[in-house]
Ligand binder design. Structure first.
Ligand code: HEC
Length: 252
């Protein structure tokens, strides 16, 4: 019997020598593997490798979240919903390019008859829906840039507060917003003549325009009937026409 086997110190060093030798060989193998790794055949292959890796990751993530079974289970419900749905036709307002044939045709079109809009039964005393006023106040933000936060007017626009036009026929207001306005105008006893006039703000929806006009007709001391989305819709064909000349306004 070799007495060194019973020497704990020798046993300890032998153990660590064994471990050390193992790691030396492991490191050697790693270095060899690093140098003799198969090279990608071409630059394209090399560039594609990270993409394949990403694709594998995405595929795995999708498979984990959207298994074919879960898709199959949902398909019947989705198909039924699609079959049962009754989509409503969406009207997309065409863009009118200035100077185009469409713009010229619109400019030459006979003026729309707005009497129906102005004679619509509406009372100034009818209560105004607070929700309409709130939406109108939000839409008024753009108007306030020129007409002032309180409709007081300023160097670039006449006042809306106390304006006979604001409290007057509804069709004027709708057409001003759909076409803009150009020309000299007397507002609350004062003459105004702005070089560029007002630009059309027809991008707002019928509801938004009805809201903002109802808001200006019932704010800053004004009091007049509410404007309805139907009244705005009735004059939508005005969109695309040149700025409304002030002499075409219906007298308040
Ligand atoms: C870029 C500035 C500008 C913006 C924004 C603007 N306006 Fe005007 N507005 C004008 C000018 C300028 C006039 C006078 C045009 C003229 O007489 O040629 C005018 C005139 C008017 C008039 C008739 C005159 C009066 O004071 O009563 C009304 C009503 C009116 N705007 C409402 C609105 C409403 C409602 C909005 C928002 C939806 C709005 N405007 C946004 C510049 C603007």
């Amino acid at each position: 019997m070799d007495p060194s086997r019973d020497n704990p110190l020798i046993r300890f060093t032998t153990f660590w020598w064994g471990i050390g030798t193992f790691f030396i060989f492991a490191a050697l193998l790693a270095v060899i593997w690093l140098f003799v790794r198969p090279e990608p055949a071409s630059l394209e292959d090399a560039a594609a490798q990270p993409r394949y890796a990403t694709k594998a990751k995405i595929d795995a993530a999708q498979a984990a979240n959207l298994s074919p079974e879960s898709i199959e289970a949902a398909a019947a419900t989705v198909a039924k919903r699609l079959a049962d749905s009754k989509p409503v036709a969406v009207s997309v307002p065409a863009q009118v390019v200035p100077g185009s044939d469409t713009a010229k045709k619109l400019a030459a079109a006979p003026p729309v008859d707005a009497t129906a809009v102005d004679t619509a039964p509406a009372s100034a005393d009818a209560p105004i829906d607070p929700a309409v006023m709130a939406s109108g106040k939000a839409s008024f933000l753009v108007c306030s840039a020129c007409h002032g936060q309180n409709g007081e007017g300023g160097p670039i626009a006449p006042p809306l507060a106390g304006s006979e036009w604001v409290k007057g026929p509804v069709s004027n207001l709708i057409r001003i917003q759909l076409r803009g306005l150009k020309g000299p105008l007397k507002v609350a006893g004062k003459d105004y003549n702005f070089a560029v006039g007002m630009a059309a703000l027809s991008y707002q929806t019928d509801e938004q325009i009805a809201g903002v006009l109802t808001y200006v007709r019932n704010s800053f001391g004004n009091k007049a009937s509410a404007v309805t989305a139907a009244q705005v819709a009735a004059l939508r064909s005005e969109v695309g026409k040149p700025q409304l000349p002030t002499e075409e306004l219906v007298k308040p």
